[in-house]
Design a protein around this ligand. Structure first.
Ligand SMILES: *Cc1c(COP(=O)(O)O)cnc(C)c1O
Length: 363
């Protein structure tokens, strides 16, 4: 599919852009352009399937008040970063995994799938178009947010027949303000994120909407993030609102909760499993209980807990506030494994370290 190139009448002037990307924070600065592809369920004629791929000015959308996404929340998204390599070129990290996951989310939400090559091409076009927005700062990258939503104006309850797939880009620095050595997390007792048979494995806005109250509760109690337990026994550790977890033990082994429909299959999670195994460490995808977590932290059997995701990469967990009071993991600060994994992963992404798994896609 060819992408129509729509001219931008008024891109942000170079000086304002330089100012905006000097210290962009996370998710509040946006580039000049966006990619849009439309979908119509009628496969006969020119408007059938995915059509009208275009890259043009980033601009407000005009939606009918009956637009299906506003009522029944058929919406899914992805998150991946473009990195700059030492030779000045740009690269994406495992973008075909994001494409595949978007399609898995689409299937769960009764939405159309998008050809994987089209997903990656949309990301590639946007990065190259807005390359001047890349923040050349420590930890800087161009965060891409591909998303799809039901755009049909219709109030009946059924899968919509019209969708939009859009990619926007945001220059970002580090997700957590620098100076946060390890995060403190709150174990939610009143709320769950996902239940068996639900949408926990899909990257859909509704999961985030449901996590905002428990996340606000964590902040109100003085913690950084909320961790969710399973919905059935309220005992097994699942994940944070937007990050997967790893537990590292003194004997060198590592546990991460198994995927099973209630956990988001993180690409960082999958990459860390591979990197840990490269190091010769034993990684088990195995359920881990909240009471065991506390007991292991207190006995010293557990030495580190880390949270991971594209946005915040690898983030050490220092303190946990559980149902029976708080406990500290290791020294309460960042551990060795977290630092090592982070350096290894970022090294691959930025092209400063070998990429034995062929994860990096040069643009
Ligand atoms: C996106 C996301 C993650 C992390 O996935 P990555 O592919 O590693 O960025 C973890 N948990 C949830 C709920 C997410 O939405």
């Amino acid at each position: 599919m060819d992408f129509a190139q729509l001219p931008h009448p008024a891109p942000v002037p170079g000086e304002s852009r330089a100012q905006a990307i000097a210290d962009p924070g996370f998710g509040s600065v946006f580039t000049d352009h966006m990619v849009t592809i439309d979908y119509h369920a009628d496969h006969s004629g020119d408007l059938g399937g995915w059509h009208d791929a275009r890259i043009g000015p980033r601009e407000a959308l005009s939606l009918d008040p009956a637009c299906a996404v506003l009522h029944y929340a058929q919406e899914i998204f992805e998150g991946l970063k473009a990195y700059r390599h030492p030779d000045g070129s740009f690269a994406l990290f495992r973008p075909y995994e994001n494409a595949r996951r978007l399609n898995q989310s689409a299937e769960r939400l009764a939405m159309p799938t998008l050809p994987e090559d089209l997903f990656v091409e949309a990301c590639r076009q946007l990065v190259l178009k807005d390359r001047d927005w890349f923040p050349d700062i420590e930890g800087g990258s161009l965060y891409l947010r591909p998303f799809m939503f039901a755009s049909e104006a219709f109030l009946g309850v059924r899968p919509a027949r019209e969708y939009k797939f859009i990619v926007i880009a945001s220059p970002v620095g580090n997700y957590f303000k620098s100076g946060v050595p390890a995060v403190s997390i709150w174990v939610s007792q009143d709320y769950v994120r996902a239940a068996p048979g639900g949408t926990g494995a899909a990257k859909t806005g509704g999961n985030y909407a449901a996590s905002l109250v428990p996340q606000a509760e964590a902040i109100a109690k003085g913690h950084d993030q909320v961790v969710f337990l399973d919905a059935v026994e309220r005992r097994w550790i699942e994940e944070l609102g937007g990050m997967n977890l790893f537990f590292a033990f003194a004997d060198g082994s590592v546990i991460t909760p198994p995927l099973g429909g209630t956990i988001l299959p993180g690409i960082t999670r999958d990459s860390l499993i591979a990197l840990l195994r490269d190091e010769g460490l034993t990684v088990r995808e195995e359920r881990y209980a909240i009471d065991q977590w506390r007991a292991d932290a207190e006995s010293g059997r557990l030495v580190e807990t880390l949270a991971c995701g594209t946005a915040a990469v690898v983030t050490p967990v220092g303190k946990v506030a559980g149902p029976d009071g708080g406990f500290t993991i290791g020294s309460g600060g960042p551990g060795q494994l977290a630092g090592k994994l982070r350096d290894r992963l970022v090294g691959i992404q930025k092209g400063t370290q070998p990429d034995p798994h062929g994860w990096v896609v040069r643009l």
